[in-house]
Design a protein around this ligand. Sequence first.
Ligand code: ADP
Ligand code: MG
Length: 367
Amino acid sequence: MNMLKRISALILSFITLISLISCGKEKEPEPEEYYSATFFAMDTEITVKLARRTGETDEDENALFHDEAYLSSVIKECANLVSEYESALSRTKDDSVISEINKETDYFFDLDPEVLALIKESNEISELTAGAFDVTVGTVTELWNVTSDGADVPSDESIEEAVSHVGYEKIETDGATLRKTDRKTKIDLGAIGKGYALGKMIDHLRASDVDYGIVSFGGNVGAFGKKPTTGTFKVAITNALDTSKVIGYVFVDDEFVSVSADYERNFVKDGVVYGHIFDPETGRPAKSDVISVAVLSENSAYADALSTALFVLGTDGIKDLYKALAGTDVAFEAVAQLEDGSVYLTEGLSGDGGFEEYKEPETTAES
Ligand code: ADP
Ligand code: MG
């Protein structure tokens, strides 16, 4: 029943879009067309843009790209995949694996191996980030409930009580068993679940007969394959100080971008913005010198988790973690916007072809 609902809720707006991402400098617009659909899952709008050549040669423009019947079926498979992950990973759905684990008990047996592996991986990221990313923030996120109507600042006592149940070391896994050393600890995969599901979706697309595509999944973007015109995909990074603008663009080549910032999910009380990313140590919305950070990585779940961690840690933490992970299979690059509006780039993005800063169009004064 639930599944049927979800499928019917799937809004497939089968529009062929002239790509907005292609470079604007060419004289002739490229025949860069995608087959595109948007649906809603995991609390987020998901847009999938795919291209599949049906022609024999690249020169045959009319035969370029989409085979609609095939691509629409692939997108439906993606939507089903995401909806399965949502059913398992959601903190708010009563019958999810995470809701089961969030019950006030200490031992949980025969858990879904994939969910357990994700929790284990999350705890490894917690170790790497000195606890800045910590999926045991569940009691804190539940207390603040920042996206609810009438969200308010909780009392100091209730924040202290919530924080006392936070700590990734309170979760132990052994085979298919999970143990909570604190029965009241709650898991919230909000900072990694979407990235994880996006990674699985891109795996599925790579294994399908699709030439290239780009998926936007809330603050996460994943691209695969090579665009015939530019090779890479150009992804805009929103300006956190004025979300109608961008600070610039990154170029994505078979990798993922995840943005963590406060400008979308928050509430305002007495002129103070309370965001949805928490410092697990204090149980309060994280405040560092970073107001928005985009992480690029070949690993989608890591990109998601690290963007949250880097938002908490600020530029010093970004520098340390960058060094620590350089050369590993979870190395990353990052673009951070700082509170004074300036942009900090990790080394790999500082040179040519890394980050393209947005420049206001020059206005020519007329005499
Ligand atoms: P979004 O979900 O908007 O893409 P993030 O990926 O940064 O943003 O994840 C933020 C979500 O993760 C929060 O809504 C909350 O559910 C959870 N969360 C908040 N702070 C932390 C943290 N320090 N570590 C892990 N998860 C967190
Ligand atoms: Mg994240």
